[in-house]
Every structure is written in C-alpha cells, then in structure tokens.
Design a protein. Structure first.
Length: 261
C-alpha cells in the first residue's frame, strides 16, 4: 500500500476543551479517497470523546481483519477509512452507523492528481513527479488508472461509493459539506449539521458551531490542498473540457447516479 506522510495531529488537545458525551453505537466514516475524508473526520471528532476515537489507522479492505475491534458495539468507536463494498464489509459493519462521503468526479480527478504529485504521497509512481509528463497526461492517468499500479476512477467510485447506495449508509456530498461550512451561522447550516449529528448518533450541543469551526480548520488536515508540498507543476482549478468528456466516457452515468448531473 502507498505511504502517506502526515503532520502531527493535535486535534485531541482541542477536543478535551469541550464537554463530551459517549457514543452509544459505533460510527464509521467511509469515503471515496480524496473526497474530504479528513475534513469530515475532524469535524465529527470534536463531538466524540478521545477514548472513543479509533485512530490506529484508516480502515481499508486490505487491513479490515486487523481492525475489526473498531466496530465492536461494546466500545462504540468512531472510526474512518475507505472501505469498499463487499460481502465481508457489509457483514462486519452490521449495526454500525455508516456515512459515505463522495465528491464530484470532475473535481476528484484534480484532487487525486495533486495528491499523487505531492511529497505527502509515497508509492510506486514517483516518476510522475519528475515533470516529464504534461498536466493533461497526468489527469488522464487519474481517470483511466495506471496499469498494475493505480486503479481507474470507475473502479474506485464503484466499490467505495456507488455500491453503497440504497443501503443503510448515509451519503454525503463533499460540496454540500463545504457549502454549509461557509455559511455556518445560517439556519440552513444548522439543519444540515443537525442531520449529520443525528446520523452519527450525536446529540447537538449548544456550542456545536465552535466545535465545527475547529474541526474544519484546514491546518489540522495534512492532505488539504494548501498543505500539500513539493508539487512540480500546477494543477488547474477546473478540469479541462476534454478530460470531462473522458470522465463521462470512462464512467458513464457516474455523475448522474451520485447526483451531480
């Protein structure tokens, strides 16, 4: 598995400044990789006692069996990761509150490209960081995959998002989360986060806005765009039209089933 370099995590020091109420059931924050995983995780962490935060590792299919205690109803941990849909995933997460965080595939391609180029990502594709290929070529690789090295976009979305649709997993859009963070003082944001807390089994405290603001502070996310280092060239803010067409060709119907088209 690739190695991800993360900055030291100090969010627990902020957590203990607030009164915390124990979870009464396990919660798993699932997501498509590069869809705001750390943002959602850090927000929810501000409402969960530190001892109930399962932070050993992000839970994925290759390490699922090593982290089954994260789903133990007696402990009621909040855990997180990128767990694909399978018979064993469904079986082991029975009775666990589940959220699946997704992102517009067009923007996901850009986020994946930035991450692959950064010093924070160490894998078997270091040659991509040399600057020897064009931005367009890199974006195409993010969409169709890198043969025997990185899966294609359609495979990642199929197993980490689409296959969870219609189950008891609540689906959240990264864009909706960010939009409500930007208008946190509005009734609409309060209703949005009340629904999020309800899915997690968390009673909304009076100081919820202060906690959300701290958890959403991008300095606590080592993989936030501005915290990535060493990028050899700039990735555009918007996916070029040809690459949008390639996304639609490589994964027809994907944006539609997720509610983006």
């Amino acid at each position: 598995m690739p190695v991800i370099k993360m900055a030291p995590d100090t969010l627990n020091e902020e957590n203990v400044k607030f009164a915390q109420v124990r979870l009464n059931a396990p919660v798993f924050l699932n997501s498509v990789p590069k869809s705001g995983s750390h943002l959602l995780r850090n927000i929810v962490r501000m409402f969960v006692p530190v001892e109930q935060q399962y932070m050993d590792q992000a839970i994925q299919w290759p390490n699922l069996k090593q982290h089954l205690r994260a789903f133990d109803a007696r402990m009621s941990y909040m855990s997180w990761g990128h767990l694909l849909f399978s018979d064993m995933s469904v079986f082991e997460l029975k009775g666990v509150r589940k959220i699946v965080l997704v992102r517009d595939p067009y923007d996901w391609v850009l986020a994946r490209a930035r991450f692959f180029l950064s010093d924070e990502f160490k894998g078997n594709v270091e040659h991509l960081k040399s600057g020897a290929i064009s931005v367009e070529e890199l974006l195409n690789l993010m969409i169709v995959g890198i043969y025997q090295k990185a899966p294609p976009m359609v495979e990642i979305y199929t197993f980490n998002a689409v296959a969870w649709l219609g189950t008891d997993a609540a689906v959240l859009k990264y864009e909706d989360l960010v939009a409500h963070l930007r208008k946190l003082d509005t009734p609409e944001a309060e209703a949005y986060f009340a629904r999020l807390f309800d899915v997690c089994g968390i009673a909304k405290p009076a100081d919820w806005r202060a906690r959300v603001r701290i958890g959403a502070d991008r300095k606590y996310s080592g993989t936030a765009r501005e915290n990535l280092t060493g990028l050899p060239f700039e990735i555009p803010d918007t996916l070029p039209e040809q690459q949008k067409r390639l996304v639609d060709y490589a994964a027809p119907g994907l944006r539609g089933i997720l509610g983006y088209a």
